[in-house]
Design a protein around this ligand. Structure first.
Ligand SMILES: C[S@@+](CC[C@H](N)C(=O)[O-])C[C@H]1O[C@@H](n2cnc3c(N)ncnc32)[C@H](O)[C@@H]1O
Ligand code: SF4
Length: 387
């Protein structure tokens, strides 16, 4: 009988677990450590449009991730390309579009992806798949993109309910098929991931049967399975929508059992991610939102500065920025853990500047952050603004 565990990606995964993560996000501890020694930035997260045709009941977007926010002026495609160049100069190898809304419907989407590719960097795209047709899949393939496709359930009906749009689930299934046929999952590390959010309302059962089934299918097909509990932000900023910490632990254990028993993969799991994945981006990257505000992470994020006031290099090297990325992250998700710890009563921008206020009280002002905050509250467009 064919021994699944001898498939090349699983053999590579047993040698280095990060070989099973998606290309462009496969930061192992040695890569992170080398970057830290050189003060290199490896990863730029960039929001594109806030527009989206779907209506997910759990969408984590905070008000600052929608277009047309009063008194906030969006950055242009030209400015985004400039940012990509600045990130490249700081050492970045990946530009990720986590999606304020649906990145693929940003008018500058293809220009930016081409720009990233021409600089020899990897684009990592989070997409619902709603706009993925054969032509787009082919273009993304040729531009070296890694795709994280929303895939909350194997049932199209459940997918439809979760995004609030009938017919979405069938399109997402087709998108997955097209990406596989084009060969996104033929490399090691793979260029194809599925993003599965687990919510008490839909795809969770006592034994996490659906999560485990999706995970097993992904392992068999060299697809990175990004299984996450909800980020408590935006519409999901309600305790009732989150798995509790203990249930999250049980979900991670259920997945780990499959990995050990069926695929010979051993690792120390790290909440909130299943399958041994550990987010390390806070140590090696920055996130820039629709309006040019810079944070350490696109989830909750701590405010670090504003790109229309300071260069990415100045922000990366500011006192507070270095302070934020000093502790080794290695999978720890501050924004989920602190909600589990104390309910996190703060909201909006106050949450994002809380750490800075504490820092300032003991270590003094950081002009990059203070100035950036003032700028964010009273934005002035660049005179040459166009696209
Ligand atoms: C914010 S979306 C943007 C890209 C695209 N519109 C999409 O939905 O795939 C990026 C990913 O985050 C996931 N997501 C949305 N809200 C979330 C939440 N509250 N917690 C965790 N993940 C979430 C989505 O399911 C999606 O896979
Ligand atoms: S999660 Fe993505 S697809 Fe769903 S509403 Fe939010 S931006 Fe749109």
């Amino acid at each position: 009988m064919h021994d699944i565990s001898r498939l090349p990606h699983l053999v590579a995964g047993r040698e280095r677990l990060e070989n099973l993560w998606a290309a462009g996000t496969d930061y192992s501890t040695d890569i992170v450590e080398a970057a830290r020694v050189q003060n290199a930035m490896l990863h730029l997260d960039l929001d594109l449009t806030g527009e989206c045709k779907l209506n997910c009941f759990y969408c984590d977007r905070t008000p600052d991730r929608f277009n047309d926010v009063p008194n906030r002026i969006e950055i242009t495609t030209h400015e985004r390309c400039e940012l990509v160049s600045q990130a490249r100069a700081l050492g970045a190898t990946t530009v990720e579009f986590p999606g304020a809304g649906e990145p693929m419907i940003d008018p500058g989407f293809w220009d930016i992806v081409e720009f990233v590719h021409n600089l020899g960097m990897t684009t990592v795209l989070f997409t619902s798949g709603y706009h993925l047709n054969e032509n787009a899949v082919d273009r993304l393939f040729n531009l070296g993109t890694t795709v994280f496709l929303k895939q909350n359930s194997m049932s199209s009906a459940v997918q439809d309910k979760m995004v609030g749009v009938r017919g979405y689930g069938i399109k997402a299934q087709r998108a997955l098929k097209l990406l596989m046929e084009r060969g996104f999952n033929k490399t090691i590390p793979t260029r194809l991931a599925v993003d599965m959010v687990v919510t008490p309302q839909f795809n969770e059962s006592a034994d996490f049967a659906e999560v485990v089934e999706m995970h097993r299918w992904c392992r068999e097909n060299n697809i990175h399975n990004y299984i996450v509990t909800l980020i408590p932000e935006g519409r999901a900023d309600k305790q009732a929508m989150l798995l509790e910490r203990e249930r999250t632990n049980r979900m991670i254990q259920a997945v780990q059992k499959v990995d050990e028993q069926e695929f010979g993969l051993t690792y120390e799991p790290s909440r909130p991610m299943a399958g041994g994945y550990r987010c390390r981006q806070v140590n090696v990257g920055l996130f820039v939102n629709l309006f040019g505000e810079v944070y350490d992470c696109n989830g909750l994020g701590r405010f670090l500065g504003h790109i229309r006031r300071d260069s990415l290099e100045t922000i990366w090297n500011s006192k507070f920025s270095r302070h934020v990325r000093a502790p080794v992250q290695d999978g720890f998700c501050l924004l989920r853990e602190r909600v589990w710890d104390d309910g996190d009563a703060l909201s909006g921008l106050e949450r994002k500047v809380q750490l800075y206020r504490l820092y300032k009280a003991t270590k003094g002002d950081d002009p990059v952050v203070t100035g950036g905050l003032e700028f964010a509250m009273n934005p002035k467009p660049k005179p040459e603004d166009g696209t």
